[in-house]
Design a binder for this molecule. Sequence first.
Ligand code: M5T
Ligand code: MG
Length: 621
Amino acid sequence: MSHADPIAEPSADLSNAALVRRMLALAWKYRFGCLQIIALQGVLLVLSVVGLTMLGTAIDVIRHAAVAGSPSPNFPFGWTPPSEWTPYRVALVAAGTVLVVGLVRALFSFWLAIVVARVVQLGIVVALRSLVYDKLQRLGFRFFDRHTTGSIINRVTGDVQSVRLFVDGVVIPVIMVLLSLVLYFVYMLRLHVGLTLACLATMPVTWLLSVRFSRKVRPAYERNRDLVDRMVLTLTENVRGVHVVKGFGREPEEIAKFDQASGAVRTQQHWIFEQVSRYTPTVEMLSSLNQAVLLGYGGWLVIQGALPLGGGLIVFSGLLQQFSSQVTRVAGIINSVQQSLTGARRVFEIVDAPVEISSPASPVRLPKIAGELVFENVSFGYDPTKPVLRNVSLTIKPGQCVALVGATGAGKTSLLSLIPRFYDPTAGRVLLDGVDLRQFELDELRRSIGVVFQESFLFSDTIAANIAFGRPDATPEQVEAAARIASADEFICEYPQGYETKLREGGSNLSGGQRQRLAIARALLLSPPILLMDDPTAAVDPRTEHEILDAMQSAMQGRTTIVVAHRLSMLRRADLVLVLDDGEIVDQGTHEELMHRPGPYRKAARIQVDFNEPEPLERAS
Ligand code: M5T
Ligand code: MG
């Protein structure tokens, strides 16, 4: 087994071609829905051409009746009106048909909207969103260290929408554009070949323009997403750090910071809009050139009697308009391709991110975990080139209570985080009951470890639900028992709703010490063979600390406990004290032993002992 754990870069192929292939595969998964959408849009397309034909025919009928000597109309679809019908009756029938076609179109449009919503918003978007969210639950801490909250939130919400855009903004429109271009082109050719070629002469120019446009705008979209991320990050940090911001009176600077981030997005978007608004009128201008050719050449053909007015020129004009609007749509589609590629890259980056920490194929199962922990030459660094723990070796016997001491930044939290495999060591290994941690089933390993983090996070739910977070099936009695051991019962019962009291986001309606006690109760309720506590009593007064420690004495019985501690009251109770300095274990022993030899421990401990009668020399050294 390789112990190297490089900062894994997403190794999957995220080239444009690969992304397009994957999004096509996604569309293929929804092919029946997509086919339904295409069929409905096809019906709408045919209906619009039928409506246009009816209009042209009606004009020819009216003209024939009104203008003496004008040519008799050509009826479409091989149909001729009975000879006894007056021209007015024929025109009325045509009008009626146009109306019916319009009604049917409305019905189909309605149906189409429903199908699109079902396939796209309720199907693809929901499926993608849960795919990304599921993956996020399985990703290791390294992933979250590397990406900002804003970027992750954006990916789950915004970028997922960009991916579905590939289906309803690219795949389906491309098919529809092709279908309608062919239909219009064939129809125009049937009306008049020369006129068709003359009017479509500008199309290659339009096409070239749209290709150039997309080349120019593509990189801008990528940059735009980054800028939006940065803006969201400013916002989330501001909301989460509201106390700091207000406490330091930094509101104006924060506003300026946000303005700047939002200004950058605006400038960037403005540039994109500028490009779009330059492109669209140019294309529209080209299409009026077409109209001029149509009226000049087509008008001449009508006067010559080579083309009927309604069924010919007017239908042609309608077709041409549709044709150029479809060509213009190509630019929109290319835009959507860019946007969805950018979004897809960010979404698939999460979907493909290697799950660096996962269960082995055939995990080792122990009938019962005794709780012996061994570190064998463990080194670790968040960035592998900058080790935070160096060559740490230690043995903790089952049921031992170990205190971990060391200056801030010494690596205490990092050492603890290797035990539930929040990270894996860069070298060496950690053994539980003689088995490498990496051989356990991950969930099982983590369930047998209760963790009280240095900063306890609580959810916006009831107190009871927070305590039972790791064991949702716990009975109220068990929840209360755990709370009692953590000295939390008393303050909880002071609330009118007791254990059913709702916490605000992050537990912000509790004091720091209350939050910590809930976190202890949460870990104790798991009744785990191993208990890790990162400075659990930092936010409580010494008296409450005593209460907690006394009560926990029984709870710690038979469990391997590692506590990051600073206060002597805790250190005295520990079976073993490990002294960590700059990522290395520099000393270990009981409190008594360590106090009897000179070293950093005695020096640090004396400061506390002598607190009441300060000895300036001792403290300064
Ligand atoms: C040890 C660095 C930190 C420090 C060293 C958590 C964390 C830490 N570090 C990172 O680079 N990334 C991280 O996510 O690692 O940090 P620690 O283990 O948190 O130290 P500690 O628990 O002993 O300190 P404290 O202050 O909690 O007593 O260099 O920069
Ligand atoms: Mg720490």
